[in-house]
Unconditional design. Structure first.
Length: 202
């Protein structure tokens, strides 16, 4: 039965191990776990997101069952490889009938933000447990989010609801929370002046 075959092939994507080039970061995370967490981020930050956008988020990494989880930095560093991967993924998408559904450009941007934010928060959790190997990946993710071209309303959500700062000293990272107009680091209680990066006042 065609449906059963598609089901089995689509589910394979969830078993792919993340961060295979730095396995110490993965801590067992696979694509299924990543996708679920990214969908939680997407629907929490934007509760009115469309069903089509949620479906696109759910399907976006399924082709990795055949290509593997190629690091974003590798794609950025080797454009020809990235182009070849895109072509391969297009073939897989057609074979598995997981064509992207119609969504707005804003929703497409929100999916990308949720996807990267999941990586950042996964690495943040690893860093809380003392895993310093997660720091470079965390920084790359933060840099991506800092430089992303947000709509004004989305920028407010990312900066106020899910802000990340460099607090205290060294490489300790903490999630900060918003209290009225004041942004406070939930760990060291430092008031945040720059809404992206801050070090504890001396």
């Amino acid at each position: 039965m065609k449906e059963f075959t598609l089901l089995i092939e689509r589910l394979k994507g969830g078993h792919v191990t993340r961060y295979h080039t730095v396995p110490e970061i993965a801590n067992g995370q696979d694509v299924a776990s990543h996708t679920w967490r990214a969908m939680i981020i997407l629907t929490t930050l934007w509760p009115d997101i469309s069903k089509n956008a949620i479906m696109n988020m759910m399907w976006h990494d399924i082709p990795e069952a055949y290509t593997g989880d190629i690091p974003a930095t590798t794609k950025w560093g080797y454009p020809k490889l990235a182009t070849a991967l895109e072509r391969a993924e297009d073939i897989i998408v057609n074979q598995l009938e997981i064509w992207p559904l119609d969504i707005t450009e804003k929703e497409e941007h929100r999916i990308k933000v949720a996807d990267m934010l999941e990586l950042v928060l996964h690495c943040f959790r690893q860093m809380e447990m003392g895993n310093r190997k997660a720091i470079p990946v965390f920084k790359n993710g933060i840099e991506y989010l800092k430089n992303y071209d947000y709509d004004k309303e989305d920028k407010n959500i990312i900066e106020i609801e899910i802000m990340l700062c460099v607090a205290c000293t060294g490489e300790d990272f903490h999630i900060i929370a918003c209290s009225g107009q004041r942004i406070i680091c939930s760990d060291c209680e430092t008031e945040v002046l720059d809404k992206r990066w801050v070090k504890k006042r001396k």
